[in-house]
Design a protein around this ligand. Sequence first.
Ligand code: ZN
Ligand code: ZN
Ligand code: ZN
Ligand code: ZN
Length: 227
Amino acid sequence: MMSRKKQSRGPCSFCQKDMSNGGLKKHFAKCSKRLEAINNVKEKSKEQEFYHLQVQDAWRKEFWLHLEINGSDQLIDLDDYLRSIWLECCDHLSQFSIGGWQGEEISKTKRIKEIFKAGIVLTHIYDFGTSSETLIKFVDMRKGKALSKYPIYLMGRNNLPEVFCMECDRIALWLCMECMYEYDETGFLCDVHAETHPHDDYGDPLSLVNSPRLGLCGYSGPADPPY
Ligand SMILES: [Zn+2]
Ligand SMILES: [Zn+2]
Ligand SMILES: [Zn+2]
Ligand SMILES: [Zn+2]
């Protein structure tokens, strides 16, 4: 799929500063709002290990997430999260592996702390037909209190990428799957051109959502985090 490329940015969920994927990756360790949030956790829970993971679509680099996940939680928790925020269309199979997707499969019952350390990149595949491939990199680990009662805390995410209508040049809000699959066009449409667009073999144009899977196997969103 073609789109006008501009490095995608997104806000730090602690201080709201908009940054690139690479900028955010380095930012969290020194974000004063984040350190404040961590220091202000009142809960009397014992110290635990939390892993900062950088998640990125393998092909569409403008889609990325920065997650903090509890080291005692399992890969299945990460799988659930990725399905909710980006991937789930019809309950396809998924798999984690190390060394690319032909590499060694890693069981989803493995704990985060048994897997991630410096230099580790996992590949996650969702759907072995029309597959979505996601790369998960270890960035950092901290010991301390939990920021959330859930396994994962969303620290940052790309803003919805800006794409333009194939008919005019206004900002697109819709995707025609028939254009994409049958005519090798982007399929991006503005409000005006979505209204009058003639194609319906694949249904009405889909509303653009913040997921790299939009349009694949009929995925249509909502691309919201589960919690
Ligand atoms: Zn920040
Ligand atoms: Zn599907
Ligand atoms: Zn238009
Ligand atoms: Zn069309």
